[in-house]
Design a binder for this molecule. Structure first.
Ligand SMILES: N[C@@H](CCC(=O)N[C@@H](CS)C(=O)NCC(=O)O)C(=O)O
Length: 285
């Protein structure tokens, strides 16, 4: 996969632009796309000044296309899948269009900014064994080296563990009423089934929630290694926490309230504590 970055010819000064997906207004309250959240956490951790551009879901392809960067995902039939987040950094002229590559870019470009190292050395041996058949497979980021490859693997496995259960969240998708029908049609077309049939009915939720809790047990064990918490490395957050935290934001924003409350309590409450602690890196402009 080609790196999802480009360099324009004339770097200038100014704020980084961070492109996130606009859902129902007020967008700051409903933002719950996991990959953009990983980036927001990373930007706030680094304290790199930025400005958010909110992009309506149906406009993601055209906005990204205008930035001249390749798609970071591919649909199962081989066509490009244009996604956010993207950041554009006028200080270097770089435009980066994949959440993991953005984190690596920030670490490389701003090594000691803010809270310091996004990628401290640590054991991240969480594996989600299930093989997912997705309409747009999850790709492993290329270009990472050394100990950062453990973070890449962790990212892929955490993405898979949550993605396997996002069906539970579909009925709570906070569509912007202005584009809801258009978005539902796009999603329906991707999976080849009407939107209304994609959620999970009341009688089947218990079983799938049980599987979700079980899927997160290995991840929870990692969190319990340093019992001081709330992060994997105790009081020091790292990009691994932001990966999990991005998905917790989606869970918080889209699961029915009582199921989100249950998730926060699973495995002795490690995920609830993590989500709360990540408020320190959740500021929006
Ligand atoms: N590998 C990419 C994946 C990004 C991704 O899947 N973004 C989703 C939101 S979390 C998206 O933009 N979806 C737009 C759509 O489904 O139309 C990354 O890590 O940035």
């Amino acid at each position: 996969m080609a790196p999802t970055t480009s360099t324009s010819t004339s770097p200038t000064t100014g704020l980084i632009t961070f492109y996130d997906i606009a859902l129902a207004p007020p967008v700051q309250k409903t933002a719950c796309s996991p990959n953009p959240w990983k980036t927001r956490y990373a930007l706030n951790f680094k304290k790199t000044p930025y400005k958010t551009t909110w992009v309506p879901l149906p406009d993601v392809s055209s906005v990204r296309g205008a930035l001249n960067i390749p798609a970071s995902r591919t649909f199962a039939d081989g066509t490009p899948y244009h996604t956010l987040p993207v950041i554009s950094d006028p200080a270097t002229g770089r435009i980066v269009g994949d959440s993991f590559e953005i984190a690596m870019y920030l670490q490389e470009q701003y090594p000691s900014s803010g809270a310091g190292d996004l990628f401290p050395v640590q054991e991240l041996d969480f594996v989600f064994g299930q093989n997912l058949e997705l309409h747009a497979p999850i790709a492993e980021t290329k270009g990472a080296e050394g100990h950062i490859t453990a973070y890449v693997k962790f990212n892929t496995n955490v993405d898979s563990a949550f993605t396997a259960h996002t069906q539970l969240m579909l009925d709570g998708f906070p569509f912007d009423p202005a584009t809801a029908e258009e978005c539902k049609a796009i999603f329906s077309q991707r999976v080849g089934a009407p939107w209304e049939t994609l959620g999970v009915s009341e009688d089947k939720r218990g079983e799938l929630l049980g599987a979700f809790e079980e899927a997160l047990s290995g991840l929870a064990s990692l969190y319990k290694k340093d019992v001081s918490g709330p992060f994997l490395k105790g009081s020091k957050a790292s990009y691994a926490d932001f990966i999990v935290g991005g998905w917790l934001r989606m869970s918080r924003g889209m699961l029915p309230a009582k199921e989100w409350k249950a998730l926060k309590g699973w495995h002795d409450g490690v995920f609830g504590r993590l989500d709360e602690a990540l408020e320190a890196f959740a500021q929006m402009d």
